[in-house]
Design a protein around this ligand. Sequence first.
Ligand SMILES: *Cc1c(COP(=O)(O)O)cnc(C)c1O
Length: 391
Amino acid sequence: MKVYADNAATTKISKTALDAMMPCYTEIYGNPSSLHQVGQEAFHAVRDAREMMAKCLNCDTDELYFTSGGSESDNWAIKGAAHLMAKKGKKHIISSKFEHHAVLHTLNALEKEGFEITLLDVYENGLVKVEDVKNAIREDTALVTVMYANNEIGTVQPIREIGAVCREKGVLFHTDAVQAVGHIPVDVKADNIDMMSLSGHKFHGPKGIGALYCKKGIRLPNLIEGGAQERNRRAGTENVPAIVGMAAALKEACDNMEENTKKLVAMREQLINGILKIDASRINGDRDHRLPGNVSACFEGVEGESLLLYLDLAGISASSGSACTSGSLDPSHVLLAIGLPHEVAHGSLRLSICEENTPEQMDYIIEQLPPIINRLRDMSPLWERIQNERK
Ligand SMILES: *Cc1c(COP(=O)(O)O)cnc(C)c1O
């Protein structure tokens, strides 16, 4: 059996999205800036896509900027807001310890420029405390940036409440909502969000396309100079097929969200219950405030990378959330941020499912896991030590 359970890394493009894109390669291939009919057809396609997305997110069309994806949107929003507010003498930024690297590395770069960064704790449940945000805000705070849902452990943050605190204190609020948009209800107005990043390929749209929502009145510096695209702020001929595909995917995800959520939560709980039957296992992050399709687990005495290899041999695509693959032996900064000891964090497994997965596939995962884990533990000196300590 083949099981793709790595939807937090990327998703398969939906048929609806692909069908919407195809004519943009074959017929509607004009440049949206061209005044002739072929160009105007492309212009209309981009305009319609923007309208569709704005409706899904509850914003105005001129508050949406198309970008190349989540990383670009994060970079633009955070660097842009920082430089905007620095002109007013505000050089303090608040974020959390378990943000995506697109946010954390951007903050590192700003720190080198002279900005002061406060990274909030996320505690064992993987949640930021609204009270901590409130307490961290100072006179010179330029920006608060906290992710909507975490990409490794799937915990969903109290975004609406954090946004309300920022509004009250007059501080800009950005959220990396790449894992949330298309998966849980997101409403930029109700959620008190000033800026928000999203990415097409995380909700069954194409790769290399995303958007930044930026509330009217916030004059972010231009990202790319050149033509007049994206209201002069991000020049370059629009990626028409990708924009159209992303919009179709988002509408489909939002239209089917309730039904999908029911299906996903049932499969997620099936996985969690099966995993917790395994000796010395744990589920990471709050059980209730989490994405419908995310399961993050740790198995003591198991090396996450080896676990992934064996699962792959069994046809199961998953992820470990450990940074070992990038050449570093440090475990994931997310798992360390929620207080896991290094050796436990090393044995991590992230299963991220989508509505195309089936309960039979979940049974298959639960059936495959125990023998693989036993095999790895049999070879592990760490497991032997844990066993001896238990006696
Ligand atoms: C995937 C992801 C990103 C990066 O998005 P890209 O479109 O791949 O650049 C940023 N933040 C989070 C939380 C993500 O999951």
